[in-house]
Design a protein around this ligand. Structure first.
Ligand code: E4P
Length: 218
């Protein structure tokens, strides 16, 4: 399973990358705004800065919602670095743009996916990644993990190569369940990745090992 970090914060990206288990980065306009990154030049420079930190793919989202605009913006983003994957929203012109990008060899990530039908369209258009948002479905009392299972089944039925990038992950249970279902990728905040390290029996076990070692060697 690939791990992506879902943030535009450079120090968090560095920390996750230093752990040695990071396979990519996803951003979105809200995450960029949270870091105070505004204006076309600054946005492009920030994506470049992220690409310079990681040896991994970096999803950069278009703002345009019309076909021509998405194509123009996506091509500009793709020019920043080979690591860039153009993130396109699940709308009619987005699907058309994904098809076009795929014919040009530009990798894409279709975002804001909330149904199996949307995921099917995404794969048919030739997207590299589909991003179903688990947490936001849970927030409206729908089963986000069930969506991941449905997409896995559909993609396996037909051998679609689009990678399932489970997004909007809130905690480690989401992440583990996605791994059980067979999502190809999970993108999550740094805390969810580092929470995987934690278990009280690991802490108490290590404390005892070190205490016994100290006693035996004093
Ligand atoms: C995915 O690529 C999105 O950036 C992200 O996972 C959204 O998560 P949220 O629902 O926590 O905002």
């Amino acid at each position: 399973m690939k791990f992506f970090i879902d943030t535009a914060n450079l120090s968090e990206i560095r920390e996750a990358y230093d752990l040695g288990v990071l396979d990519g980065v996803t951003t979105n306009p809200s995450l960029m705004a949270k870091e105070g990154i505004a204006g076309a030049e600054k946005v492009l420079a920030h994506y470049k800065a992220i690409c310079n930190i990681v040896d991994a793919n970096v999803s950069a989202e278009v703002i345009a919602t019309d076909f021509e605009g998405i194509i123009k913006e996506g091509r500009e983003l793709a020019k920043i670095d080979d690591k860039i994957v153009v993130k396109v929203p699940m709308i009619k012109d987005g699907i058309k743009a994904i098809k076009k990008f795929s014919s040009e060899g530009i990798r894409t990530n279709c975002t804001l996916v909330f149904s199996p039908g949307q995921a099917l369209l995404t794969a048919k258009a030739g997207a590299s990644f589909v991003s179903p948002f688990i947490g936001r479905l849970d927030d409206i009392s729908q089963d986000g993990l069930e969506l991941i299972a449905q997409i896995r089944l559909i993609y396996d039925n037909y051998g679609y190569q689009t990678e399932i990038l489970a997004a909007s992950i809130r905690h480690t249970i989401h992440l583990i369940k996605c791994a059980e279902i067979g999502a190809d990728v999970a993108t999550c905040p740094l805390k969810v990745i580092t929470d995987l390290l934690k278990h009280p029996l690991t802490d108490s076990g290590l404390e005892k090992f070190l205490a016994d070692h100290k006693k035996a060697n004093s």
